[in-house]
Design a protein around this ligand. Sequence first.
Ligand SMILES: [Zn+2]
Length: 622
Amino acid sequence: MQYSQALLDDIRAAVDIVDLVGRFVNLRKAGSHWKGLCPFHAEKTPSFTVNPQKNIFHCFGCGVGGDAFGFVMRQDRLSFPEAVRALAKSAGIALPEERGSGAGNSGREELIRVMELAGRFYADTLWKPAGERARAYLEQRGIDIGIARSFGLGYAPEGWETLLTFMRAEKVAEEALIAAGLAVARENRAGAYDRFRGRLLFPIRDLQSRVVAFGGRGFGDEQPKYLNSPETPLYTKGNLLYAADLARTTIQSENRALLVEGYVDCIMAHQHGFTGTVAALGTAFTPAQLALLRRYCDEVVTFFDADAAGQKAAARAEELLEPTGRGMAWAVNRSGAFEGAGTLRVKVALLPAGHDPDTFLRSAGRAGFMERIAAARSILSYALDRALADPDGATGPRARTTAFARVALLLAKVADGDEAAALSREAATKLGVDPTQLWIEAQRLQSSLRTPPAQSQPAAPVSTPPVERDLVALLLHSSEARAALLGPLGETDEVGHASLRAIVEALRRRPDAPAESLMTDLPTDEARSVLSSLLVEDRESVDARVSIGQFQRRLERSQRLRRARELSQAIAETQAKTGVAAPMDAELRTLHKESAVVYEITGGVAQSLEHGTPTSSRSSDE
Ligand SMILES: [Zn+2]
């Protein structure tokens, strides 16, 4: 089965490589990337890195590297198609063979088009006379027009076939509307009807801002109050966060996400300037959602009403700290994956009883909300309170001993060292013990919780010629360099190393592709490892323009040398044919003239060519 590049890119974008690798390797954040002990060779200091921006991993110790597919192939010893299937499944992306016959990838692309059309249709309707009721509702909830537009809010008009009629004109088949979850097939007769009728619609968009689902709110007594899109090939519940596409930049720059529950909570937070806010789109936060946030920040603040906070926070902390069922194929087991959440710190901001972010923002405003965020407390300290309290209400030395054990176990599961240290101090004071004691016990438990990673013999990292390596790195990092150098490169043998040449060939075939997506174009493990090593190198400081110029001159020179070699060869052959003494014929004269020009440009090299030995210039080609 040959998978299309678009599909592989989709899967790669949907998989969080930190989360994936984090299931097997204890990763710690180090600047913009993550580090841990290599699962593929034995080592004591971490040289295994994961770069979430480029979606790749690379080990500086053994040189192994690649993308998510490569990691699963190595870790679970899968073939490439098996790795694609495993990752697609966990990312909730349907593969062509699962989409029925002959559909190819067009099924998914058609659904994306249908959702986009629907999003536009509903949004347009909101601002037309038909949308009056929905606009009145927005006004009553205090949602500004500008915010409503940037969230793409829409209105699904009353009537059973409004969207169907619109889509018919757009030549969209009924089956596509049903597959997209926008229409429902009639039970007793042929045909379908609109799923959303008379509702305010909140489009749910993926990170690329493509509409993949809708949440629809009724205005009156309609049941249910919220009606959501069903799962489709584009939308898997629990994999997305509402407004993640809008909030991502702020989350990254503030290194913090605000997590709320409802659509309106989220919209109101944005309206009050809290643009790093996302909503969970469901009652519970899923591992996939937390993993998504962890790609962009180190801290998440969530909001609980004071009444429910203790209970909710404790439950969530339990989820967060649940160890994973290691050894099972991760693609199958996505539950309890919070451990991979690593150092993502989750804090709880308390709101007054009976309030949610929406109502609180409207009563206390931006300043009040900021105060609550500033006072947010680690979710772990809620868990700590719970670990300290005996569930049966017992007191005395025995209860204290079991509390000590529970706290030590809790600390053992906390991935972040600073946070664990702060918690152990807090717990030690409350328990009346020495923090070091707790700390030692926690560390002992931690090492017994950790499963030793599968190890094999380290391979030596592939060594590549430095100049060729620099050239390929430049091509990978700069589209300008690709435009300027890929053409001339084809006419030289400048890149001799097989893996580097494979990367150049892949670039020539898809010069517009993001560097990391070339991973699947490469024929060998070695080439993939070389690519990952080039991608993890920090070459930002290199001035691309200067390097391009240098390589351009280098390539021109080697092109000319090649031409000069060809010319002197041709001269030698012609002379051999006609005899040196014979008068120059036209062909020979042209060759001489051309080679003179080449000599002049090439400078010193002309010397060696004057002797007419076609091979003598080869050694000066450095
Ligand atoms: Zn390694």
